[in-house]
Design a protein around this ligand. Sequence first.
Ligand SMILES: [Zn+2]
Length: 405
Amino acid sequence: MSDSLNTAVARHLKVLSEQIGARPASTPANRAAAEYIAAEMRRIGLEVELQPLACPNWRCLSETLTLDGEALAVLANPFSPACDVRAPFTAVCTLAELEHADLSGRIALIYGELTRQPLAAKSWFLSTPDDLRVVNLLEQKAPLAVLAVQALPGSTNRLVEDWEFTLPSATLPAESGLALLTHPESTLHLRLETEQQPGETRNVVGRRAGSRPETAVACAHFDTKYDTPGASDNAAGVAALLALAERLQTERLDCGLEYVAFTNEEYLPIGEDAYIPAAGEGHFERLLLAINFDGLGHRLDALTLASFTCSPEFQTRLEQLSSIHPGVQWIEPWPESNHSSFAMRGVPALAFSGQAVRTWAHQRCDALRWVNPSTVLEAAELSAGILRDVQSQPLAWLRPVESNA
Ligand SMILES: [Zn+2]
């Protein structure tokens, strides 16, 4: 079984990250990934439900920036409207400078304090007042376009990724930012050829019934950012999810099992916007546990595990179960990704990940050769051990006392 699971994990990784590649929501690649996962779930023997979610379908046909006739590297921001503008630019480094800047008829070049992190999307639950202030000021001042300078050398991470942001915008690699900042009197020509249409994506949910009404959930998102093969983030998570389902399929378990391959974890609207209404809030009261796999298996990293809203007794048990996997490192709870949607509703949750995802994810370098299939399988095996242990436990034993009230 382990041999065939090894082969299956390697195949899931290859199909998703190399044969399909970048698979942002509503793109043909995203649909191909959903179809692959649904077919695998059916092969394993699960009942499959597809949950549709309306989501813009955006693509970039070309992106060019010239400074006094010289071409510079530029990366269109996802969901940016198209533009073809020739204009001088104003460079803005701090929020205070942005407040005072007159940007009419100009291109805004934002850097420093304003682009230390990607600007959070307006509707994201973790966006900060400062993020919203920057976005609102830019939209009020309405420059012809916004160029955001990526300060991390070599990074292709986009700095604005919000389909509700109305201005044409692009990310400038650090070198391009330097070229502009050392030629402040120049005129720029920015041309972004992009298209956006209404689109649809879907979650893929596989289920098997148990002898008791309570269910355990395992999940992983299958979408990626634009322009990344998404091997560790998150072909690896999907491979762990499918390996877990396959490992447990021939075993009798008391609880029901639900395997959710979420779409659109990377942008808004998130896959949970389809999952939660379909499930109903009462669903979360019957969940024993939710396990999420996101950003694991990097060859230069340990497999990390974090827990959320678990009772002290359950936490002790989890640490016993994980102790037979000395390569697993416990880390502090982190608030992003799909496990948050369960933890916020009082469901005990676990997140398998890795620290390398913080620097590698969302970029072209998140490629298959950096992912170790054995680590992916180890996450599935440890999860199987945890679910065997949890399947007959009373719900109240797993949850901390305060969330039972
Ligand atoms: Zn991810």
